[in-house]
Write a protein that binds this ligand. Structure first.
Ligand code: SAM
Length: 254
């Protein structure tokens, strides 16, 4: 059996109390926002990447959408299954790493919220290749012209929060915009790597994966809005659309 990844161990341990976090308390409003921004039609299919305890998946299923939730952590998925049962909704749950997920279906929308995989780096992950692998998977899982919505750590905030001493102590890496912090929960003490992003690189990464960025807004949990980024807010939001296939140009004969 292969050893569990650090984030998997962390979220397995954190799962029973995840829903106590204050940033999980605005799910219904967030789903209202998603329905509008992703232009979800009745019965649309949605993939929730890094779905965690399934709070968005379950609320979307409650509204009649067909939802698949993917997560690395069996502990988080176990909580999601319990909540779905309690809410009497059906969601397809899958345990997989978002950077290597094999999903043979195309969806009407993909969500990846609150750093659902994107920006949570494993010890050996490359800071560019891992997010790009996630975006390539998301692009494969979207129908042409369909939208995705991500909330990711804000690189401006992360840089402004750290000092040169943090660079010298290797707790902040300005080359990869990532921070390393010691996390201790029962059974896990580990140095976790979290990666933040700035809008220009997000545009480039998304475009490389075949996703056109439509908007980059402020998007900290509890304060999602169609408005400017605040340099010191925790997260930013990306709304993107999968490029449509180009129609073959007509060849005129004669
Ligand atoms: C902060 S939680 C966010 C959960 C949910 N999206 C929400 O908004 O509440 C991050 C989730 O991402 C999952 N995760 C972390 N790395 C992942 C990966 N490489 N692939 C899939 N899921 C991952 C974790 O297990 C955790 O459930």
């Amino acid at each position: 059996m292969t050893e569990k990844a650090d984030w998997e161990k962390f979220f397995d341990g954190h799962a029973p109390v995840y829903m106590d976090n204050c940033f999980t308390k605005n799910t219904v409003n967030e789903v209202d926002f998603l329905v509008g921004e992703l232009r979800l039609k009745p019965g649309a299919t949605i993939l929730d990447v890094g779905c965690g305890t399934g709070r968005h998946s379950i609320e979307l299923a409650r509204r009649g959408f067909t939802v698949t939730g993917v997560d690395l952590s069996s502990g988080m998925l176990a909580e999601a299954r319990k909540s779905a049962k309690k809410a009497r909704v059906s969601v397809t749950w899958m345990q997989a790493n978002a950077a290597s997920m094999q999903i043979d279906q195309q969806f009407d929308a993909v969500i990846c919220l609150c750093e659902g995989a994107f920006g949570l780096l494993g010890r050996e992950d490359d800071a560019l290749e891992q997010p790009l692998a996630i975006l390539n998977g998301v692009a494969r899982a979207l129908k042409p012209g369909a939208r995705c919505l991500f909330t990711v750590l804000n690189g401006y905030r992360m840089a402004r929060q750290h000092s040169q001493a943090d660079v010298e102590h290797n707790t902040f890496d300005p080359l990869t915009l990532s921070e390393v912090s010691d996390v201790s929960i029962p059974g896990v003490t580990s140095a976790m790597r979290e990666r933040a992003f700035v809008p220009t690189e997000l545009r480039l990464l998304f475009r490389t994966a075949g996703l056109n960025v439509l908007h980059i807004w402020g998007g900290t949990a509890g304060d999602w809005r169609r408005g400017q980024i605040n340099l010191d807010e925790y997260e930013i939001m990306v709304v993107a659309e999968k490029k449509r296939r180009k129609r073959p140009s007509r060849i005129r004969s004669g």
